[in-house]
Design a protein around this ligand. Structure first.
Ligand SMILES: [Zn+2]
Length: 264
């Protein structure tokens, strides 16, 4: 059969017209369609903000918590008490703080930021993180996002930790550093035991010689979206301390909290 050599097939025209309208009318569409809640996709008044229902379901982490790991306590054991975990298996970083518990709404927000191209949620998360990490940021010389391997960065087009760090920097006035790099790609951590996660992360991060000056003698705050086992952040802290950092703290948006964790 002879193919059409003149004109454009109707389907392609349809696509072209659709693309034209999407591009040309974008500002109008943004005005006409209400912004959607990044967690449940209900209409909201302000772009990048949560609907009241999702907002009420978020669990912000406040004191009392372990001063070292930031794990919330079910009751107040008194000032300066550490969690069992902090004593039995202390991480390389000095202090960790998280804005919220990693539950359904927090997961939806992280997902929207990471895979849903909802970069408009980043300023809100950045503000909450800056507030949760106020003490850490007051002492900090620089913010250090957990780096993505370039292959993952290429696939996802941006590093969510760097986006969060930029937004915290804008609020807290602490400068950003990218001295920490991925030395190699690491397999996904899902389904691995704690020991396997730690092994998986060994040697995954490094500070290149040219960037050492950004690390030596400095107090750094590592920034990531979620703290699960802490293996990734621990490996990052090890790499920074080996490169001469004076202190490394950790600030994340959400952390996994096991139910009914009581102080010792
Ligand atoms: Zn919602």
């Amino acid at each position: 059969m002879e193919s059409t050599t003149t004109g454009t097939p109707p389907r392609a025209v349809g696509h072209a017209v659709g693309a034209f309208f999407r591009t040309a009318l974008r500002p109008l569409v943004d005005v006409v369609l209400p912004p959607l809640c990044p967690a449940c996709r209900d209409p909201v008044r302000d772009a990048g903000a949560l609907c009241p229902g999702c907002w009420s379901k978020l669990n912000f982490i406040t004191r009392p918590y372990c001063e070292r790991l930031g794990i919330p306590f079910a009751y107040d054991p008194g000032p300066g008490i550490l969690s069992m975990q902090a004593i039995a298996d202390p991480p390389a970083y000095t202090r960790a703080r998280a804005a919220v518990r990693f539950d359904d709404v927090a997961r939806a927000l992280v997902h929207a930021l990471k895979y849903g191209d909802r970069l408009d949620v980043a300023p809100m998360l950045g503000r909450w993180m800056a507030s949760a990490g106020r003490e850490l940021l007051a002492d900090a010389d620089a913010l250090m996002p957990v780096p993505l391997h370039w292959r993952r960065l290429w696939a996802r087009r941006f590093n969510q930790s760097a986006v969060l760090a930029q937004n915290i920097s804008a609020v807290a006035g602490v400068p950003l550093s990218t001295a920490l790099r991925r030395a190699r790609a690491t397999p996904q951590q899902v389904g691995l035991s704690r020991a396997e996660r730690a092994r998986n992360m060994q040697g995954a991060f490094r500070v290149p010689a040219a960037a050492k000056a950004e690390v030596v003698g400095r107090r750094l705050v590592l920034v990531d979206d979620v703290l699960t086992s802490g293996a990734t952040l621990d490996a990052c802290a090890h790499a920074l301390l080996r490169a001469g950092a004076r202190q490394v703290d950790v600030l994340v948006f959400a952390r996994v909290v096991e139910a009914a964790r009581a102080p010792i």
